[in-house]
Every structure is written in structure tokens, then in C-alpha cells.
Design a protein around this ligand. Structure first.
Ligand code: ADP
Ligand code: MG
Length: 698
């Protein structure tokens, strides 16, 4: 039998059942089934006597006989109850479903091995829907000591595809194909990591002989899974570097130097200098740059972006920055125009609200090359927007943009522009390796000097009055404050009400004309939102009441307090982003997390993490642990995370070795053409052919 054969080749799997297995679990061919791994194991080495059972025993295995069976009527329907005995005592076995069929199949006074979850009620024990096997059958079978439990679905179990059946299918299959399971790694890698052979690993992951054998099998399979993903990513990166030509910015010219010498408002931090060097190296290399720039809020990514754009302009190219919201785009536009004042560089902005006439003007200036820098939102991606020669595209706050949109920027040129993706959401290293493994990564891991850490505290709602008092003191010192309410899609109406109630009570507490309040939320028209934002930015209002629309990018250095209402409802990365709105000026800033008394354990962890640390990477690690990789912003679309056995969080060490192994392998043998790497090459090309390869990431 060949592993490519459909599973209908396995005894007992009808076409109908195969269809079900495909729709429910995605299992199509024998190889899929072989790589469908148990999610836990039952240790069935233990047998219990009935008198040994304890109310807190969970799953138990007992040998005994059924002495009689009866149907018991109950409120809805009936249940089938069998009295089950061994030498030490008796208990009940109970069924609610399939009663007739089970009643006919059960044999009285014949020894069974019974296994299941123990219930304890009124001093007596029962097992509902036990697994049953005649002792005579049980003895015949090759019993592995630890039994696999496979993931299942309601539909499957309702259609009679039990765990026992799945086990049988896989056992059958393994027996038939065992000798033909080919090794997929080279001897060198196997030796280096002391891995067991592939076939041995597959056998032991399904039917482990012992805990130790299971651990070895899992390690081997995790390594392999991560290795082939990394091989793919690293290879793509190498191909990008050698095959995808990029514009060469070899001229560090007049604008860059002039700006650097005369206009730079501060000395760059070492981290900024290092990143800039990395970018300069990329854009001078002749290959297209695909770089992810990670830097916490306030770490100074904008200036790095600006200097990179000046490199492009010095070499006769245009540049663009794309931001996820109009407010942010505006802010970039203002910042960039301000910094470039007095230099002979034209900057413009294109967003959804730019009027047709102005829009046309921008199109014309872009096409004839007289416009050097275009800042904007998604509006930049419209087909009508054509650059004369776009040299670099900078994408801010990357997680808001999908994969396709990034690809779209590419198609605007003969050669692809250099791409710099900036994100303030720190991504843990292991996750970045997987999701952005084909990008180069730069990190600004240092804040500009003189920043004071934002003092963060957690307060219960009942302390609201003292919090308000504190706000009044801060406002009296001339500071401004944010008060943020959650906005979660599912309960939008309720959140909106909370926001409005909150606004009203704050208006009462902070009456006009002494206090002026701005309010911004998602239901407002962009123009109104902007108007309110601007009032706050200009200092005309002291309090900004808002939903999370202010999360991204807003820069008001005079704001020194961030109050987060119902903070238990926010995710960690969101809390961190919000806190990043304050602490931008020279004054001591504060973040106050307000919550109710009722807090889940996860919420407590989130709050404690916020109070304990300001390090975005540490926060991201905790977030990853709490929520799992699939929920971290920007990773959902990445197929890289559909792992069968490895876990990016728990197996991060394996991931790092797998990546390093992939890198050194491709350095030595870029085309995998050496004889000893043939097993890798074969597996790799099979994987590439099957649909399991994720879409382009950049
Ligand atoms: P972010 O990385 O969040 O986009 P910004 O680029 O907006 O951060 O920078 C945050 C603030 O820090 C800005 O006011 C900026 O002018 C300032 N800044 C950036 N780099 C430095 C530096 N090296 N020294 C002092 N201030 C800096
Ligand atoms: Mg920014």
C-alpha cells in the first residue's frame, strides 16, 4: 500500500465514512491518517478491582462480568443499566444512546474488560458509555500499554466513529505500511539530534511502548514538523535575496546628509543607528528589502522611516508610508512635513476623505515624479494611484493590513519597491520566526533617553473617587488625560452605552467651563472624530473620553494619565498599546487600570503583568502564553501556525534548533542536491506539491 492512497483502502473505511473523516478532520489519504496524532494517552497498564474504586478516580479499567441488564424509565426517554461484577463487588454500566443495539450486543456472564470515566453517586459507582471488550478478544490483540486518544467531533461520534475505531484504522494502516515509511531527514541531522527513525516515531506516537518512547517519538516529529516549515521559510528568504532584484540606493546623498547634520532634532539611540545600518545594507545590496521593524510604542520608528525615505529620494526614487487609520496617516504627514521643513522635498497625503480635485492633483504629481513622499491610508492601494518610481514602501502598524494588501504594493512597479514593515506590537522571537520567517527582522529595543517609565496601578471601581481626585490634580498641573472604554464587537451596543454613561458621569464630575472634554468613538463620522481629536491635540480639552480608536499611534506628549475602564476586558497587547499613549513627554505619567472585583485568573495575570513590566517583549511573551499563537494579532492568516504536533510556545527550543539546522543546511547545500540530503529533498518536494504550502507572506 502506498501512503498516497485514499483511506478507503483501509479495511473498514467505506466511501461514506471516508467523506466524513475528510469533512470533519481533513483526513484524505493514508498519509494524513498516519499524521493524525493523538492529543492524549490513556495509561491502561492499571486494572482496578471494584472495591478499590474511589470517588475521585477518574478513568478506570476493570475486568468483570455483566450479571443482568434492564431498561430504566426516566423523565425523558430511558437508560439501559447493566450490573457489572467482579470478585470484589458490583457496580453499574449505563447507556443513554444506542440502547437497543447495545442490549443485543452485550453478553451476559462473559468476562469483559471495561474502561471508562467513573461516576460516583449516592455511594455507588457507575460508568456511562464504557468502552467494552471481551477478555477473549482483548488477549488476542497486540496491546500497547498506553492508548492514544484522538481528537474527534460530535458528528463523528454520532456516526459511530469512536476512538476505538480510529485506533483500529491506524493500527491496521501502520501494520501494512510500516516497512515502507521512508526516512525524511538526513543521517547527519538524525545523529546530531539523536533522533529516532521516522517509522519508529510514527509507531510510537500512536502506540507508545512507554512514556519514554512517547517522548522520543514526539520530539522527533516536532523537530521534523518545525524543520520543514523553517526550511521553506529560510529558502524563500534566500531566493528573495538572490532572485528578486531590488533598486540599489548606493547614493547616500544630499538630502540624507543634510537632514542628518542639520535637521535631526535629537541624537539617534544606538538601536536606531543599528537598525538604520541594517536598512542601508539591505537597500544597497541589489536585492529587494523585506524587513520587519519591531519597536515598542515610543521607541522612535518614525525617524528611522524618514531617514530610509531620504535614502530613496537621494537616489531619484519616491517613497510612501501607509498607515491603518486616517488619524495616524495625518499624524505621520504632519510629523514628516514638520521634520522636512525648509528642504526641497514635497510631501502629500492621500486618504479616503481627500476630495476629487486634490486627489487628481496627487495622481498627476505622483506620475510625473514631482511628488516625493506620499503618506496615506488604504486609499494608496487603489489602482489609480500610480507612482513614477516608487523606491520604498513603509507600512506602519502592520497587523492591520492583510497579506494581499502588502502584495498589492508590489505590483505597482517594474521592480518591487523595498518594503519596511513597522510594528509596535512586539512579537515574541519564536513567533516571529514562524510567521515572519521569510522576512528580515530589526528590533529597536531601546527607548530614547530621559523617558520615565509610566507608573501603572490597578484599582477597583470602588476607588473611583480618589482616582478622579488624582485626575483633577494632574489637570491642575496642566496635564491632559485619557479615559478609555472597551469596545468589543459582539457587545457593541452595550459598550456604546457604557461609554455614554461614563461620559455623562465624567461630565458631571468635571463640569464645564472649568473642564473641557473630548469624546471619540467608532460611531462618529471621520470628520467629527478628527475635530475632537484635534481639540485634544491642541490642548483645548483636558480630557479625552474614547473607545480604543485611540489605540494606535496618537501622539499627545502633554497627556500624562491613561485611565482604562473595565481593564479586565482588554487583551494584554491592547493594554500595552493604550499605555503607550502616555509617557511621551518629559513629565511623570500614569496608567490606572480600573476593574470590578470579579476577575478571572487570566485577567489577574494580565493586570499583574501590566503593573510589573513595561517591556513590550515580556508582555508579548505572557500574551502568547495566555492566548496561544493563533490569537496574536496578525498571525491568524498565517498557515504556518497550523501545526500538527509542535507548539510554538512550548517547543520554542526545538523551533530554534530546527531553524538553525535549516539555515546551515541551505548554506551548505542550497539546492539540496547532495546525496546525503536526498531524503530531505524528497520530503520537501512532496510537501511543496501538496497544497500544504502557505501563501506568500510578503
Ligand atoms: P513610535 O516608535 O511609537 O512610532 P515615534 O517615532 O513616534 O515612536 O517617537 C516617539 C517620540 O520620541 C517622538 O516624539 C520622537 O520625536 C521622539 N524620539 C524618537 N527618537 C528619539 C531619540 N533618539 N531621542 C529623543 N527623542 C526621540
Ligand atoms: Mg509610530
Amino acid at each position: 500500500m502506498n501512503l498516497d492512497y485514499p483511506i478507503t483502502y483501509i479495511k473498514g473505511i467505506s466511501v461514506q465514512r471516508a467523506t466524513l473523516l475528510y469533512t470533519e478532520l481533513g483526513i484524505k489519504n493514508c498519509n494524513d491518517l498516519l499524521n493524525f496524532f493523538p492529543f492524549r494517552y490513556i495509561d491502561k497498564t492499571q486494572f482496578y478491582q471494584i472495591k478499590e474504586l474511589q470517588p475521585n478516580s477518574s478513568e478506570v479499567q476493570i475486568v468483570g462480568k455483566i450479571t443482568h441488564i434492564k431498561s430504566v424509565a426516566q423523565k425523558r426517554g430511558s437508560r439501559l443499566v447493566a450490573t457489572f461484577q467482579d470478585a470484589s463487588g458490583s457496580m453499574e454500566l449505563v447507556w443513554f444512546k444506542g440502547q437497543k443495539w447495545i442490549k443485543d450486543a452485550l453478553k451476559i456472564n462473559t468476562p469483559y474488560v471495561v474502561y471508562g470515566k467513573l461516576n460516583h453517586y449516592n455511594g455507588s459507582f457507575s460508568i456511562p458509555h464504557p468502552e467494552m471488550e471481551l477478555v477473549s478478544e482483548y488477549k488476542k490483540k497486540l496491546q500497547s500499554k498506553m492508548q492514544p486518544v484522538y481528537p474527534s467531533t460530535e458528528k463523528l461520534s454520532n456516526s459511530g466513529v469512536s476512538n476505538k475505531l480510529m485506533r483500529g484504522y491506524i493500527q491496521n494502516l501502520l501494520q501494512q505500511v510500516y516497512d515502507s515509511i521512508e526516512e525524511s531527514l538526513s543521517q547527519e541531522i538524525i545523529d546530531d539530534f539523536k533522533l529516532i527513525r521516522k517509522r519508529e516515531a510514527l509507531l510510537n506516537v500512536h502506540f507508545p511502548k512507554s512514556q519514554e518512547a512517547l517522548a522520543k517519538a514526539q520530539f522527533r516529529l516536532k523537530f521534523e514538523e518545525l524543520f520543514f516549515i523553517q526550511l521553506q521559510l529560510v529558502r524563500k528568504k534566500l531566493i528573495n535575496k538572490t532572485k528578486i532584484k531590488g533598486f540599489v540606493f548606493d547614493n547616500v546623498g544630499e538630502h540624507f546628509n543634510h537632514f542628518y547634520k542639520n535637521k535631526l532634532p535629537f541624537e539617534l539611540t544606538n538601536a536606531q543607528k543599528r537598525v538604520l545600518k541594517e536598512i542601508r545594507k539591505d537597500v544597497g545590496s541589489g536585492a529587494q528589502m523585506n524587513r520587519l521593524l519591531q519597536g515598542d510604542v515610543g521607541s522612535g520608528k518614525t525617524i528611522v522611516a524618514l531617514l530610509s525615505m531620504l535614502l530613496a529620494i537621494d537616489n531619484g526614487f519616491q517613497a510612501t508610508i501607509m498607515a491603518p487609520t486616517e488619524i495616524l496617516a495625518n499624524q505621520h504627514y504632519v510629523a514628516v512635513s514638520e521634520l522636512l521643513k525648509g528642504m526641497n522635498i514635497s510631501v502629500d497625503i492621500l486618504t479616503g476623505s481627500v476630495k476629487t480635485k486634490k486627489r487628481r492633483e496627487i495622481h498627476t504629481n505622483l506620475e510625473d515624479g514631482s511628488l516625493h513622499i506620499l503618506v496615506g491610508t488604504h486609499a494608496l492601494l487603489e489602482d489609480k494611484v500610480q507612482f513614477k518610481n516608487l523606491g520604498i514602501a513603509i507600512i506602519d502598524e502592520q497587523h492591520r493590513f492583510g497579506v494581499k494588501q502588502r502584495a498589492k504594493l508590489w505590483s505597482k512597479n517594474t521592480l518591487p519597491p523595498h518594503i519596511l514593515v513597522m510594528t509596535a506590537t512586539p512579537i515574541p522571537r519564536t513567533l516571529a520566526m514562524s510567521v515572519y520567517g521569510d522576512l528580515d527582522i530589526s528590533v529597536i529595543d531601546e527607548l530614547p533617553p530621559g523617558r520615565k517609565e509610566v507608573k501603572t496601578v490597578h484599582r477597583f471601581d470602588s476607588n473611583r473617587l480618589s482616582v478622579f481626585k488624582f485626575l483633577k490634580d494632574e489637570i491642575a498641573k496642566g496635564r491632559q488625560v485619557y479615559i478609555v472604554y472597551p469596545l468589543i464587537q459582539e457587545s457593541e451596543a452595550m459598550d456604546y452605552k457604557d461609554l455614554m454613561d461614563g461620559y455623562e458621569s465624567i461630565s458631571r464630575e468635571f463640569p464645564s467651563p472649568k473642564y473641557q472634554i473630548s469624546i471619540v468613538h467608532g460611531k462618529m463620522k471621520p470628520a467629527d472624530k478628527d475635530f475632537e481629536m484635534q481639540r485634544f491635540v491642541k490642548g483645548e480639552t483636558q480630557i479625552m473620553v474614547a473607545t480604543t480608536v485611540i489605540e494606535v499611534g496618537v501622539n499627545v506628549p502633554n497627556a500624562s494619565v491613561m485611565i482604562i475602564e473595565s481593564a479586565e476586558r482588554f487583551g494584554l497587547s491592547q493594554l500595552h498599546q493604550l499605555r503607550g499613549r502616555v509617557g511621551r513627554g518629559s513629565d511623570q505619567s500614569y496608567c490606572i487600570l480600573l476593574t470590578s472585583f470579579k476577575l478571572s485568573d487570566d485577567a489577574k495575570t494580565r493586570l499583574k503583568t501590566m503593573v510589573d513590566t513595561a517591556d513590550g517583549f515580556k508582555i508579548a511573551e505572557v500574551d502568547l502564553k495566555l492566548r496561544g499563537p493563533g490569537n496574536i494579532m496578525g498571525t491568524q492568516q498565517s498557515g504556518v501556525l497550523n501545526l500538527k504536533i509542535a507548539d510554538i510556545v512550548k517547543d520554542s527550543k526545538v523551533l530554534v534548533s530546527a531553524r538553525n539546522t535549516a539555515i546551515s543546511l541551505l548554506q551548505e547545500d542550497p539546492n539540496l542536491s547532495k546525496k546525503e540530503n536526498l531524503p530531505i529533498r524528497n520530503t520537501f518536494s512532496k510537501m511543496s506539491k501538496s497544497s500544504k504550502i502557505w501563501g506568500n507572506i510578503s
